[in-house]
Every structure is written in structure tokens, then in C-alpha cells.
Design a protein around this ligand. Structure first.
Ligand code: ATP
Ligand code: MG
Length: 256
């Protein structure tokens, strides 16, 4: 089980013409033990791709299957089930914080998924511990903490739903080096210790070179590389396993 894309295309509807943001995407992602980076130019379709993974977008053509359910699922209630299984953290997720206290914000997801108040609190506490938000902060407003802490609270809100696959759309963007490293350490631990599949969109090639095991490269809505990180280095003809090799591949014309 996991996520499959079969010849998927997605077009954003326009007033006169629609815009093809994804074309002919075939993908297979396991629900366990993967650490995938999705890279590509701005506008290449990365965010559009991952929004299919928890049914925020539905394919225009082809088929997306998430934990055995072809999208859209036959029963509407299944959408919640899929969103629990595949947790998606948007770019700048702190803009979506809205509750009056930090703990309430983290509890929002589990409560929405029909867990009792006590169960939601338990899950929220566990998630807060994972991201390093201390209990002394629980009753504070999420708007009175630092940007890095806000980002952690937002991530905890997704973790509280205990997803099997965690999808992160540029999670470290705008953070300082310490904030970035702290957050990456959390994702690494979720991957290494708990076997969670992590899917990370990033423009930061140093981060990709350091953490990802598998790399997916998108170019103008098409998948131009999908394989082990080492294979990308070989493919790009570079022996050095560095972020420069990935950059060279993405920006090279031979990629299409
Ligand atoms: N809501 C929308 N309506 C119309 N077109 C859209 C919409 N959202 C995205 N697009 C277009 O679809 C294409 C893919 O966008 P997407 O946001 O998936 O790219 P991206 O790779 O995530 O880019 P970035 O690195 O800038 O976040 C772009 O050309 C974009 O302009
Ligand atoms: Mg994007």
C-alpha cells in the first residue's frame, strides 16, 4: 500500500483555455521507509503533484490510488481517512494556525477526525513532544512565538493525526540555518526511528543531497527522473555526490 500514479495528467481550469500542469505521471511510492525529494524549477508542478496525494486535487486524466482507494474514493467519508494516512504540510503552514492556544491548534486535526477530546489531547501532546514544543507553551497563543516555533506547531498539527506518509512542501523555506537543521532532524527521526515515508519538496539542494534517498525531478509538468540519489549522480555524469550535481541535472537541457 502507498501511493500510485498511473498516467496522470492535471489541468487547471482557465477562463478560455485550461493549463496542463502535469502530464503522463507514473509513480509508485511505498508507505514505509522512503525518503523522497521532489525537485524542479518553479512552476514545474511539484505542489500540484503532491496535492493529489491526499485528494486535495483530483486527476484530470489517469488514475491516482492512495492506500488502495482510487481517487475520488467511492464514499465521501473516505477522504478523511486518506487525509489522515497522508499528512500534507503546506508551504508556510504557520499561516494556517488559527486557534487561541497552541495545544488547541495541534488538537484540531484529531478532533476533526472524530477522536474524543481526551484522545485528541493525548495525540497532540505526543506530537508536540516530537517537534520539541514544551508543555509550558501549550496555553500560549500560537501567534506570540517565533517563526521557527510556529512552523513546528504547524507540523505537530499534522503529526497529531499520526499519518503514515508525511508530505512537506518546502518545510524549511524562510527559516534560519538552525531552524532548518532542527526541523530536518525531526523529519529524519520520524523516518529513521518510526519508518515513516517522508516526501519533501525543496529548492535547497544541499538539504536534498544530504537527506533524500530517492529523487524525483519534474520539468514542465513531466517526470524527467525518478530513482535513487546515487543514480542521479551517475546519470548527471558527476562522480561527486554533491548538491551541485543535482543542480546541474535539473538545469541541464539533457534532462528533457
Ligand atoms: N490555482 C491555479 N490555477 C491556475 N494555474 C495554476 C494554479 N496553481 C498553479 N498553477 C500553475 O501550474 C503550474 C505548476 O504550479 P505548481 O505550483 O505546482 O509549481 P511548483 O513546482 O510547486 O512551483 P514552486 O516551486 O514555485 O512552488 C505553474 O505554471 C502554475 O502557474
Ligand atoms: Mg510549489
Amino acid at each position: 500500500m502507498g501511493i500510485q500514479f498511473k498516467d496522470v495528467g492535471y489541468s487547471y481550469p482557465g477562463i478560455k483555455t485550461s493549463y496542463d500542469a502535469l502530464e503522463n505521471i507514473d509513480l509508485e511510492i511505498s508507505a514505509k521507509d522512503e525518503f523522497i525529494a521532489i525537485v524542479g524549477h518553479t512552476g514545474s508542478g511539484k505542489s500540484t503533484l503532491v496535492q493529489h496525494m491526499n485528494a486535495l486535487l483530483l486527476p484530470t486524466t489517469g488514475n491516482v490510488i492512495v492506500f488502495g482507494h482510487s481517487l475520488p474514493p467511492k464514499r465521501k467519508e473516505k477522504i478523511n481517512y486518506l487525509r489522515q494516512k497522508v499528512g500534507l504540510v503546506f508551504q508556510f503552514p504557520e499561516y494556517q494556525l488559527f486557534e487561541e492556544t497552541i495545544i488547541k491548534d495541534i488538537m484540531f486535526g484529531p478532533k476533526n477526525f472524530k477522536f474524543t477530546e481526551a484522545e485528541a489531547l493525548e495525540k497532540a501532546k505526543r506530537a508536540a513532544a516530537i517537534v520539541g514544543i514544551d508543555e509550558s507553551l501549550f496555553e500560549q497563543s500560537p501567534f506570540r512565538i517565533s517563526g521557527g516555533q510556529m512552523r513546528r506547531v504547524a507540523v505537530a498539527g499534522i503529526l497529531a493525526m499520526e499519518p503514515e506518509i508525511l508530505v512537506l512542501d518546502e518545510p524549511t523555506r524562510g527559516l534560519d540555518p538552525k531552524g532548518r537543521n532542527d526541523l530536518m532532524a525531526i523529519f529524519n527521526e520520524l523516518h529513521e526511528k518510526h519508518g515513516k515515508t517522508i516526501i519533501l519538496i525543496s529548492h535547497d539542494m544541499d538539504l536534498v543531497a544530504e537527506h533524500a534517498k530517492r529523487i524525483i525531478v519534474l520539468k514542465e509538468g513531466r517526470l524527467v527522473f525518478d530513482g535513487k540519489k546515487e543514480a542521479l549522480f551517475e546519470h548527471s555524469g558527476r562522480l561527486q555526490h554533491s548538491s551541485m550535481s543535482i543542480k546541474a541535472f535539473i538545469f541541464s537541457n539533457t534532462a528533457s
